[in-house]
Structures are given as structure tokens and as C-alpha cells.
Design a protein around this ligand. Sequence first.
Ligand SMILES: Cc1ncc(COP(=O)(O)O)c(C=O)c1O
Length: 385
Amino acid sequence: MLRGKRTPFLVYSLEELEASYRRIRDHFQYEDFLQLIPLKTNPLPPLLRAAFSMGMGADVCSVEEMNLAISQGCRRELISFTGIGLNESEMDEIAFEGIGALHLDSVQELEMWCRKWPGTGIGIRLNLDTRIDERCGCIYVGAESKMGIKPPDFPAVERIIKDSGCRLVGLHCHLAPFAKSSLEYIRRIESLIERCPSFMFDEIEYFNAGGGWPALMREGGSWDPRELAEGLEKICKEISSRANRSVQLRIEPGEHLLASCGAMISEVRVVKDIPGEERRILILDALLPPIECPLHKEPSIPLSVLGRKRQEFENYEYAIYGRNNTARDYITKSWRAPRLFPGDTISIGMCGAYVGVLISRFNWREPPEQWVITKEGRVVSEEDG
Ligand SMILES: Cc1ncc(COP(=O)(O)O)c(C=O)c1O
């Protein structure tokens, strides 16, 4: 179906999206449960429409993402906005759309919202971790992090909420990217909830545990999906009993939901020897994001040969790169495959999350085309529908 399309291109499977959604969903027994698709992970319209029709809501971080979710058919009450640095005109647009949830990220934003819309229900993003997690020079959680509202601000939050007659209806956190296992992730959230003052539970309707789960998990591994689901359900029951009402559990994993749904199809451009080694370097026409994405984190990316010009049977070990003028676009240092030649076609798996949306114009290259295979087996382009 996709034969003859210009490489590199990205291709996504709606069948795999549904299977991935069901795999996550099946682990959760909790009755009042909502899964949101983070638009930042993959905002391709056909993918979003499929996710919304499966019952997922939308995790959006900007007014642009909010409008995209609405235009692709997400019901407004299923849109959850968790942005940073909102100004008044953005808040006006959010209020105008009447979406289901907004998580404010600072006392300043909370003050602005509560002054303009007294008496409304509002959520906050929490950041209670005391230790600092740093990755690639960025501080994600802890006192120095730019994200979320921290404990010293809680008295101000309580005062603003009470004075304005607003209701604090939702708590949001996003801690998993910094945990090494599902157990550590659950412990971090438990300790966050323990440290929330009681006023935060007076009117609470939902708890949003964010995303940050790794692309791949298997039972018995350091990230065990069952342990994760059971841990989150226990936390939500605890919150429900503190609040004296049933509190909805919300999750918004992006990488875990979407990485497996996409692949980049790419052509071998050059095969180079490594002096003194059996291994060879394969340079593909693949275009990869210059910043961290699942491709850089996963120890084994599924690679397969789709088309070969010559059938030779010896096996070789390859280090694989894209063709940008940086070494950051490596895919793997070691892959065993039959002998390959320029012009052969390779599929790189795990490209469904953060790849299409983060590819830059580095080297002034055109971004790859993106195609979606529907459940009926039709190929549609990103603009279709
Ligand atoms: C608020 C929020 N929710 C969900 C996600 C999705 O994270 P991941 O793809 O790591 O699951 C992010 C990612 O940055 C986020 O900021």
C-alpha cells in the first residue's frame, strides 16, 4: 500500500492504537476512570479522532492544542488543560470554551483566574517533591523546578480559593518520568498525597496522575502494569475516603500509549566500515528529533528489513544513524541483520510518540510525510477527513 512513497515517512496504525489503549484500560478495575491522550505526543488528526471515538479525553497544554482537540471532535468536558505561564487572554479563551478541567500552575495564575471567574471549579498542578531530578540539564521536579505549585504556596492557594468562592475540584501531578520503577512512581504519588493539606480534599472530584510511563512495560519487570494500576487505584480510594465521595482517576500516558503505534520507513543511503571492527555503520535517510524521545531511551528499538535489492545470507552487525550532520540521530549501536546495500528499506519501530511532532528543520530538511493505516486497512494522509 505504501510502496512507492518517498522515504523517509512515518506510518501509524489505528489498530495498534486501539490495542495499546485496551492493554492499558484492561489493567484498571477502578470504576470511575478516564484516560486522556496527550496531544503533545502525537497531534495527528486521524489519530486523535480515533482516540476520541474510543472514549479517550484530551490532555492539552496550550490554547492551540485545546482548539485542535475541539476541532477533531473531543467533547469539551473531556478536555483537560495543564499549561504553564498562561496569560489573561489565554484564560479568556479557555473559559470561553468551557472545557472540563484546567490545572493552574502558579499562585499568580490562580489569583488571576479566581478574580475573573469567582465561584468556578478549578484544578491545580502540584509539585511536592523535595529532591531535584535533573535530566539533560533540565530540572523537572523539586524546589527549583518551574513546574507546579509547591508547599510554601499552599496557604495562599487556600486563601484565594476561599475568598473567591471557587472550588478546588482537581489535583494533578506528573511525576513518573523521574521514577525508575512503577513502585517508585506509586511511592512518590503516595507521599505527595500524604503531604496535601486537608482543604485540598474538601471539593475534590478527580485526581490526575499524569503520564511518564515508559514505552514498554511487562509484568514482573521494573515497570509492572498491574502493580502500577493497582497502586493508582489504591491511591484514588484513599483520596475518595479522605474526601468522603468517589473521586475519578485520570491518567495521561503519552509515550506508553503511542510509541508502539508508529514506525519510520527509511532507506539505506550508505554503508561504512568501522576500522578494526566487524561492525559496520549504516546511514539511513531517517529524520529523527534532536531532543530526547523514546527512540533514545529504549534499549532495543524494533528494526526490520522491508525490502532488499540483493538477497545475501551472511549476517552483519550494524550501528545505525540518520543522515543529519549530528551524531545525536543514532538509532542503535548494534543491530544484527542480513547484508544490506544502499537503496534497501528499513522499518524503525517505536516512532509513534514524539517523533513526528519533534522533528525539526535542522539541515533545512523537509519533515517526513505521515500516513495512517485505518482499521479497515485504508491509507489516509494526515490531512484526510
Ligand atoms: C502534563 C503532562 N501530561 C502527560 C504527559 C505525557 O508524558 P509521557 O509521554 O511521558 O507519558 C506530559 C509530557 O510532558 C505532560 O507534561
